[in-house]
Design a protein. Structure first.
Length: 368
């Protein structure tokens, strides 16, 4: 295999990987459909129940690369299948917007995570309202306004479903537990509570990072103080703030991923209804300033120069139908010459890659 093919396939998932992801999401559909049925119309329920029942893939000659091309999708924001697909598209857009502002506006970026103490389910909706107001207050503060040239803000809500402290929880929150004298196996103090938090990427001038002693630079300690003042909650003990690295895209996925994990909101019907009521109709991904302008350009296709052109030559259409809890390949048809011209050499429009890999941006732009 030559280097071109290796590089080309680096950002492609294998046939099995994509089918496994689709299968994992489709297996959650019956529970999701059951939970959401009382909350939606009959027409919407039918669309959700049928979501992902048919998938059309494109395959190359050797069937080593496969792309999800079409399917029966409901487009409901809570649907495990559709929320995953939306996150793939949002990941690419956010990466391109950042690259555009870095190249054309000479900006750098701060990744900021803002959180508050966990709340019970009956307080979640009101807490999100307060949270949005607190964020607005933070952005209006004079010293914050002085550095922020634009931002993308993503609301995420997590649910603590573990009743006892597990090894996995201990690894993630060791300091938190040790301060409270807790150990693995003890009762989890936040069991059956919800945590709304914001993932934010902020565009700043490059000069912001060159002189950390200047009056405009905001330290982590000062960010914490400003967030405490904005929320009116002195019990908040930490914020996460860091400079974005051009070759580290973990934070991009934090911004683009689902506003709630299906593994959280499908725990039970009561938990699902709390998530649904709190998030329904809420704007979970917000663009402001330079990011808002760039977002409009992206939708108009004016930033397509940043997208990578796919080098894969698709030859076949493959049809899959959902049958007995798995996808069954029911048909394989060779593309017509007209279809090949229409489908091949198109720009990549989503990221379906593993955490830590780089998004498929134009090679020319990577060299800039």
């Amino acid at each position: 295999m030559n280097n071109g093919n290796k590089n080309n396939r680096k950002n492609q998932e294998t046939n099995i990987d994509i089918l496994e992801r689709c299968t994992d999401k489709k297996l959650k559909n019956p529970k999701f459909s059951n939970y959401i049925e009382p909350l939606i119309s009959k027409k919407m329920f039918n669309l959700i129940s049928d979501c992902g029942s048919f998938l059309e893939f494109l395959g190359d000659f050797e069937m080593e690369n496969k792309k999800l091309h079409k399917g029966s999708f409901c487009k409901n924001r809570f649907c495990p299948m559709c929320s995953w697909r939306l996150a793939c598209k949002d990941s690419l857009e956010i990466s391109i917007l950042m690259e555009h502002l870095r190249c054309e506006e000479n900006k750098e970026f701060i990744f900021l995570t803002l959180t508050t103490p966990n709340v019970k389910g009956d307080s979640l909706e009101e807490e999100i309202r307060k949270y949005n107001k607190a964020f607005e207050k933070l952005m209006k503060r004079k010293e914050v306004r002085a550095i922020v040239k634009g931002y993308i803000r993503k609301l995420e809500v997590t649910y603590q479903k573990e009743q006892y402290i597990t090894k996995e929880l201990w690894k993630r929150k060791k300091d938190y537990y040790e301060k409270r004298g807790l150990s693995i196996g003890d009762l989890e103090p936040n069991y059956d509570t919800y945590n709304p938090h914001f993932h934010v990427v902020i565009a700043v001038n490059k000069s912001y990072f060159t002189n950390k002693t200047s009056k405009t630079y905001i330290s982590r300690e000062r960010w914490l103080e400003l967030w405490q003042l904005s929320t009116g909650d002195k019990s908040i003990t930490q914020v996460d703030v860091r400079k974005a690295k051009s070759n580290n895209h973990k934070e991009v996925y934090e911004l683009a991923k689902y506003s709630a994990k299906d593994s959280d909101y499908l725990v039970s019907r009561p938990v699902f209804e709390i998530f649904y009521k709190a998030l329904k109709g809420k704007q979970v991904l917000v663009f402001s300033g330079l990011f808002k302008d760039a977002h409009k350009m992206y939708k108009l296709g004016e930033l397509d120069i940043y997208k990578k052109q796919s080098d894969i030559e698709y030859v076949y259409k493959l049809y899959y139908n959902w049958y007995k809890n798995e996808y069954e390949n029911t048909k394989c048809v060779e593309l017509t010459d007209e279809e090949k011209k229409k489908i091949n050499k198109k720009l990549v429009d989503e990221i379906i890659i593993k955490m830590g890999e780089s998004p498929p941006l134009s090679e020319k732009l990577k060299e800039r």
